[in-house]
Design a protein around this ligand. Structure first.
Ligand code: SF4
Length: 386
């Protein structure tokens, strides 16, 4: 056997496409409208980065279990361009025998031909940003698609034969009621995707929604209504055959997202593209966010990295605990000890004891995890372990 295979570890590959049809007013992701950008130059630059990383000593020691093309909206590109990107990465970089290959899509950017091209290129998981099945709410959050277009995209995805379909939905939207949310959930479940990502709207200060909120002009649901929306998720999903495996993520058995599990296990990943982040060999590496600068740096034969931060052992331990606690099954205490030589009990001492006394965290069969009481207020509980 080749020496590299003996030492290989599993990692994830993320490719960031920073372009969208238009910018949603709540969005704080690294994304911008496609108009005026250089999408062809950008893909060439990503491939140049992939070629450079193929020769990196770290890359030669890993096998990628997942390739995730996210954004932004990757499907603003023609299918043939995305297929070439994916096929080139599969050729250039080392993958496991059957990697999960995901592409994010938005409803008004897919056609049957585009999806068929992606499927032929090996894409086996499609993640569609539906967000809501109400046109009134889609308008309220500035989405560039309608509910009808969302249904059409989901029909096309099924007709194309994607074996693994994810739907993103958001609750806590301006003007949304509990009944609206329950209708969106029921509609999603009737479609029957393998995976559902259900997030509460977070208003970030550096967005137009942040400006509206500061001006007192953003009519979000009352806190108790948003809590009721969160509480309305689990029972129907469990009854429909889904299991919650992370704070905001639900899947049918066997369909947990490999790429996200790599993040939540705090394993290694390589990020290609403007604004992408990589984490390997004890380093967290950020890439420049501006696509034009990204292209320029790669055209000049340089590297697009903005900064690399060394992760001290204890910081990495804390991060692994916090990310692992996002998973419903929690984090294995023995794995932490083997990986870092530290245990949560010894490291956090009284802080952890207090969280346990308050019934927010528990240790069961060697797994440290949030309790049923802790899961709904995960962010507050986890903030105490940072
Ligand atoms: S489509 Fe997604 S990534 Fe693009 S602007 Fe809207 S929320 Fe942001």
């Amino acid at each position: 056997m080749h020496a590299d295979l003996l030492t290989s570890v599993v990692a994830g590959l993320y490719i960031h496409i920073p372009f969208c049809v238009s910018k949603c007013p709540y969005c704080s992701f690294a994304s911008r409208p496609l108009a005026g950008q250089d999408p062809t130059g950008y893909l060439a630059a990503i491939l140049a980065q992939a070629r450079a990383m193929a020769n990196h000593p770290w890359t030669r020691k890993v096998r990628f279990a997942s390739l995730y093309v996210g954004g932004g909206t990757p499907t603003v590109y023609p299918g043939a361009d995305l297929a070439r990107l994916i096929e080139s990465c599969l050729e250039l970089l080392p993958f496991t025998a059957a990697p999960e290959i995901s592409v994010e899509a938005n409803p008004n950017t897919v056609t049957l031909e585009k999806l068929q091209t992606l499927r032929r290129a090996g894409v086996n998981r499609l993640s569609i940003g539906v967000q809501s099945f109400s046109d009134r709410l889609l308008t309220a959050i500035g989405r560039a698609h309608t509910a009808k277009e969302a249904h059409a995209a989901l029909d096309l995805a099924r007709a194309t034969g994607f074996p693994n379909l994810n739907l993103d939905l958001i609750y806590g939207l301006p003007g949304q009621t509990l009944a609206d949310w329950q209708t969106s959930l029921a509609t999603a479940m009737a479609i029957g995707p393998e995976h559902l990502s259900l997030y509460e709207l977070m208003v970030e200060s550096d967005t137009p929604f942040g400006d509206l909120q500061r001006a007192g002009k953003l009519a979000l649901p009352a806190e108790d209504e948003t809590v009721a929306m969160a509480e309305a998720i689990c029972a129907p999903l469990m009854a429909g055959g889904y299991a919650r495996y992370e704070i905001s993520n639900y899947s049918r058995p066997g369909y947990q997202c490999t790429q996200n599990l790599i993040y939540w296990h705090n394993d290694s990943y390589l990020g290609l593209g403007a604004g992408a982040v990589s984490s390997f060999s004890g380093l967290r590496i950020k890439t420049v966010e501006d696509p034009a600068l990204f292209i320029k740096l790669l055209q000049a034969g340089g590297t697009p990295f903005l900064e690399a931060e060394g992760l001290p052992l204890e910081a990495s331990f804390r991060e692994t605990v916090i990310m692992g606690l996002r998973l419903v099954k929690g984090v294995a205490v023995r794995d932490l000890e083997q990986r870092f030589g530290l245990t949560p009990r010894a490291y956090y001492g009284a802080v952890l004891r207090k969280l346990e006394d308050q019934g927010l965290i528990e240790e069961v069969a060697g797994q440290l995890r949030l309790t049923r009481k802790g899961l709904p207020i995960a962010n507050q509980a986890l903030a105490r372990l940072v």
